[in-house]
Ligand binder design. Structure first.
Ligand SMILES: NC(=O)c1ccc[n+]([C@@H]2O[C@H](COP(=O)([O-])OP(=O)(O)OC[C@H]3O[C@@H](n4cnc5c(N)ncnc54)[C@H](OP(=O)(O)O)[C@@H]3O)[C@@H](O)[C@H]2O)c1
Length: 432
């Protein structure tokens, strides 16, 4: 039985992770859940899965009336046997009756603390954005397996996360916690492309890999010209052709920034130089990625477009469990298409390659500027093409001031804050 904490449990990956848990109650037990501000959804999940440790990243939630009542409840449940009932939260509280202790935390620190819950074996990081970096580092530092959906963590702090994962891999081997063959599994990717590459590499000698092929659906605007993208609205950009995902990753998929983030993620996860990581558009999203070897052989991973498969693999490794998913029907699949990505129209992919190759703090800056520009576009404060323009401008500014070597989470947080400010200034200037 693996005891897991899910950070970002109310989101697309979080809820699908709970689906996987519900399918495998003998194998998985959720012991902690965190979200940002959707308190009602979070407590409904806690009640349904009998979870006693929860956190809300938005500390303002502590000031809402219901959260205040919740704090009173925590104080009361610390006395064994007491029952707390309130009108607004009664449904959420029923799962803690009987004097069993629970914790409810507010703010970023509370989310990070949940990543280090002593009883936890695995932390699923399904937060969005650079906000997930501290939790990724904290989980590995505390010896937890990190099942990582939050790709921004690796993009921003891969130079910190990978050494922590390697250290934990060694510890797991020494303690007999790692499988006899294959990777020790301290860091399990949830992203479907990286989960695919991970599986293609099982049993292979990494030194014989000549190239990673990261597949891309091409997003909703595949084949469009820059001129056709001028007046794109958030609703149009959110309509992904093959995957149903959260808002930020949907916009990133449409600009190809998501693919750029994944290239940097692949570089860190598989220690592969950028000139050996290629992106190919595969519009059916049936091939989730491929690995090419020194002898010219290519191993591809195929499957239906259902994120519960890579989520489950990240949690079941080194085993495979059955999954209630529609199997891929090759007779219905028909044609598989492949295209080169259009990096002139979709500048974000080229920017991400550049950021990755320069390395240091440039990917952190790129990511922060992108987060700000995507939020501005979704709030109808910035244009669609303005997203990549904003990212490029802020990256150039950082490069002119001097890219730094990555030293610490605190340094990255300071750089991230600077980049957000620069991106906001750019967006304000464009609006006026
Ligand atoms: N969705 C996919 O199919 C998919 C596939 C591959 C990789 N990913 C990656 O997985 C991550 C999650 O994506 P998603 O699509 O699941 O996002 P999402 O649907 O927007 O969900 C995000 C979750 O994180 C929570 N959250 C956001 N910021 C937080 C903070 N500062 N503190 C605490 N909780 C916070 C949200 O809570 P509230 O609900 O309270 O706001 C929500 O539970 C992203 O890095 C994405 O790139 C997603």
């Amino acid at each position: 039985m693996k005891r897991i904490v899910i950070l970002g449990s109310t989101g697309s990956i979080g809820t699908q992770t709970l689906d996987v848990v519900a399918q495998h109650p003998e194998e998985l037990k959720v012991i902690g859940l965190a979200a940002h501000s959707r308190i009602d959804e979070l407590f409904a999940q806690a009640r349904a899965f009998n979870v006693r440790h929860v956190a809300l990243g938005d500390e303002r939630m502590a000031e809402t009336a219901s959260a205040e009542e919740l704090k009173n409840w925590i104080a009361q449940t610390n006395n064994a046997g007491s029952k707390a009932r309130t009108s607004s939260l009664s449904s959420a509280l029923s799962w803690v009756e009987g004097g069993r202790q629970g914790t409810v935390g507010f703010g970023a620190d509370a989310v990070v603390e949940l990543a280090q819950l002593p009883e936890a074996d695995v932390v699923v990081n399904a937060l969005v954005g650079a906000a997930g970096l501290r939790a990724s580092c904290a989980a590995l530092e505390a010896g937890k397996v990190l099942a990582l959906a939050n790709k921004e963590s690796l993009v921003v702090g891969g130079d910190l996360i990978i050494p922590l994962a390697r250290e934990l891999d060694q510890l797991r081997r020494a303690n007999g916690q790692a499988p006899l063959y294959g990777p020790a599994g301290a860091l399990m990717p949830i992203d479907s492309e990286h989960g695919a590459i991970y599986q293609c590499l099982l049993g292979e000698d990494a030194k014989t890999v000549s190239r990673l092929w990261v597949t891309a659906s091409g997003g909703p605007f595949r084949g469009k010209t820059r001129a056709e993208l001028t007046n794109i609205t958030p609703a149009q950009a959110l309509a992904h052709p093959t995957w149903n995902m959260g808002a930020k990753i949907s916009i990133d998929s449409s600009t190809l920034m998501n693919k750029g983030l994944e290239v940097i993620e692949a570089h860190h996860l598989f220690a592969m130089p950028y000139d050996q990581i290629a992106v190919v558009v595969q519009p059916q999203s049936a091939i989730h990625s491929m690995v090419e070897f020194a002898d010219g052989s290519v191993i591809a991973h195929l499957g239906t477009t259902d994120m519960r498969i890579p989520i489950q693999f990240a949690l079941s490794y080194p085993q495979r469990w059955s999954a209630p998913v529609e199997p891929l029907d090759f007779t219905k699949l028909g044609t598989l298409q492949f295209e080169a990505p259009d990096t002139d129209t979709f500048r974000a992919l080229a920017l991400a390659y550049h950021a990755g190759e320069v390395g240091g703090t440039l990917p952190c800056v790129m990511n922060a500027a992108n987060e700000v520009a995507v939020a501005a576009f979704l709030a109808e404060k910035g244009s669609y093409l303005g997203i990549a323009e904003c990212v490029e401008t802020v990256m150039e500014l950082h490069e002119s001031q001097g890219v730094q070597r990555v030293e610490s989470v605190e340094q990255l947080q300071a750089i991230d804050a600077w980049a957000r400010q620069a991106a906001n200034s750019y967006i304000d200037a464009q609006a006026n």
